[in-house]
Design a protein around this ligand. Structure first.
Ligand code: MLT
Length: 261
């Protein structure tokens, strides 16, 4: 499958694997990729069916499990001949995939960064909303999903003063294939609760959270950091859920200081 993952791969140095969120693509990391490629090998795929990656292996009816996305990442690292353990930076759904990657491929990890994500599984109500979108999205079109999601993705500062960023993310969501949206919603609805995994994370771990994140709120992410041995928690000011794009300066600073530890 990974043969067909469209991947940004630049720079040299310790490898850092960036895993995007839903329903986005690797471009959400553009500010981090530009900033870090001078010192690291930055690898940022479009996940199966997202961005410019192939959709052939996706079914909107069965979904794609987080474990399958994790398998794709391991195959991608093989294809790129990355033998050295990587730092996985997972944003939101990318964090859900990160938990699976840890379970399945621990030896391939040097460290983890969990950005605006959750360890808990969905509530029954959240699952119901996902299934409703999975059923409807092929009829509605992806721009309707963008309309439903956009206001929840950003902090008040971005909504008030950074319309170009809101437009960019709206366009990213609108251009995502509805079949992929349905499949990823089903996969996220099926995902395991990873709360019990946190005390077992035996590698350097950084948690990043936008101060105004309504989807993965700071108190929940702080609690995840408290449950993880030796973890660092950094709150990103002037940002909601999309902290890597809303406040790249603060996110890049936190990443740089973690990676240089
Ligand atoms: C994301 O940003 O990846 C999504 O908000 C994750 C989710 O729907 O739980």
């Amino acid at each position: 499958m990974s043969e067909t993952l469209h991947t940004y791969d630049q720079g040299s140095g310790p490898p850092v694997l960036f895993v995007h969120g839903f329903p986005l693509n690797h471009q959400m990391w553009r500010c981090q990729l530009d900033a870090l490629a001078s010192d690291y090998r930055v690898i940022a795929p479009d996940l199966r069916g997202f961005g410019k990656s192939d959709i052939a292996s996706i079914s909107s009816k069965t979904g794609v499990e987080m474990s399958e996305f994790a398998d794709d990442l391991a195959l991608l690292l093989d294809r790129l001949e990355v033998a050295e353990p990587v730092t996985l930076v997972g944003f939101s759904m990318g964090g859900y995939i990160g938990w699976q990657f840890f379970k399945q491929y621990r030896q391939r990890l040097a460290a983890m960064v969990l950005c605006d994500t959750k360890a808990a599984a969905d509530t029954p109500q959240a699952r119901e909303i996902r299934y409703r979108m999975a059923e409807g999205v092929e009829g509605w079109g992806s721009s309707h999903v963008a309309m439903l999601m956009t206001s929840k993705l950003f902090g008040p500062q971005t909504l008030a003063s950074n319309q170009p960023l809101v437009d960019e993310v709206t366009e990213m969501i609108s251009s995502t294939n509805p079949v992929t949206i349905a499949a990823a919603q089903r996969g996220m609805a099926h995902r395991d609760d990873s709360t019990d995994l946190l005390p077992t994370l035996d590698l350097p771990t950084l948690y990043l959270c936008g101060r105004d994140d309504q989807i993965s709120p700071p108190d929940e992410m702080q609690a995840m950091a408290d449950a993880t041995p030796g973890a660092t928690y950094v709150e990103i000011p002037s940002a909601g859920h999309m902290s890597p794009m809303e406040n790249p300066t603060a996110v890049n600073e936190a990443l740089r200081s973690f990676l240089a530890r």
